[in-house]
Ligand binder design. Structure first.
Ligand code: UTP
Length: 295
């Protein structure tokens, strides 16, 4: 079902320190996953969910991202002259996906601060946030389910949650939850950013998809820096969870997700996605078997 009125916001202004030095002069969202930058998968996901207006929050290396979603007439002309229609259509695809806007974050003061930079563009409407380094496999649509839940539950906040190994919960926001009538949806009663394992309310981790009401901007304006000295989106969500008339629901995602901001997950993402592809899989899969037999 198309959800045309929604705009999407993709924060891509983090420093990407886990990926240094690759991210010294290039945002981590531009790292290639097989043959497309990570952020293109995220834009494709939003477009697939019916969103045509996308605002990317960019940091100091803004040109990389802006150029990728812009057309390159001389390259296109070269490919046209060569009759390489396949590559031409792949080059053009990134410019035709959606209406893409950019705004700079200035200083990377945290995800909450990055989202607040979207206030002017989004206005007084609910909107979706998709983290630019968090890939959801297109075979396991998540955002569409979240937008449906948003409609169904009367416009409350909807976040995405995923069960993780309790030993890893300290790397995520963790949710305290109550069940609903739907086994894939929970009511979120509290949230805490990167808790110690013994203090985590559950092993349900917040992952990078959100459907938010515009009231989140007012909350972010007065959200003080929290964990790591950053303005945390999780802290604003915690306020929404306990505010009368608001409320937060979580869609429990059980599909394939790749965190391309983490080096190991990034490598796994490339191998898994390439192994499944028609053009690369038939050669890669037997090689992978041979290689793993030597380990
Ligand atoms: P991360 O915490 O994964 O990004 O933020 P980071 O800070 O760049 O990562 P490391 O730990 O230094 O490697 C989640 C998302 O929020 C964006 C990031 O770009 C990423 O998509 N973000 C984070 C911003 O846009 N601005 C910020 O100030 C912080």
């Amino acid at each position: 079902m198309p959800h045309k009125p929604f705009k999407a916001v993709i924060p891509a202004a983090g420093l990407g320190t886990r990926f240094l030095p690759a991210t010294k002069a290039m945002p981590k969202e531009m790292l290639p996953v097989v043959d497309k930058p990570a952020i293109q998968y995220v834009v494709e996901e939003a477009a697939e969910a019916g969103i045509s207006d996308i605002l990317i929050i960019i940091g100091r290396n803004k040109n990389n991202i802006a150029n990728h979603f812009d057309s390159v007439p001389e390259l296109e002309e070269k490919l046209r002259q060569k009759g390489d229609d396949e590559r031409l259509s792949r080059v053009q695809a990134s410019t035709e996906l959606a209406d893409i806007h950019m705004v700079r974050q200035g200083e990377p003061k945290g995800l909450g601060h990055a989202v607040l930079r979207a206030a002017h563009h989004v206005g007084d409407h609910p909107f979706a946030v998709l983290l630019g380094d968090d890939l959801i496999d297109e075979r396991d649509p998540l955002l569409t389910k979240m937008l449906d839940e948003f409609d169904k539950r009367g416009g409350v906040t909807v976040i995405a949650l995923m069960e993780v190994d309790p030993a890893h919960i300290h790397m995520y926001g963790a949710a305290a939850v109550e069940p609903t009538e739907d086994p894939d949806v929970v009511k979120v009663t509290g949230l805490v950013e990167k808790p110690k394992a013994e203090e985590a309310p559950s092993n349900l981790a917040v992952i990078g998809r959100y459907v938010l009401p515009p009231s989140v901007f007012g909350i972010l304006e007065h959200t003080e820096p929290g964990r790591g000295g950053e303005i945390q989106l999780t802290d604003a969500l915690q306020e929404l969870a306990v505010t009368e008339g608001e409320g937060v629901y979580g869609v429990v995602f059980r599909g394939r997700r790749y965190d391309t901001g983490d080096r190991l997950d990034y490598i796994k993402a490339i191998v898994q996605l390439a192994a499944d592809r028609e053009d690369l899989g038939p050669d890669l899969r037997p090689w992978l078997k041979e290689f793993s037999a030597q380990l």
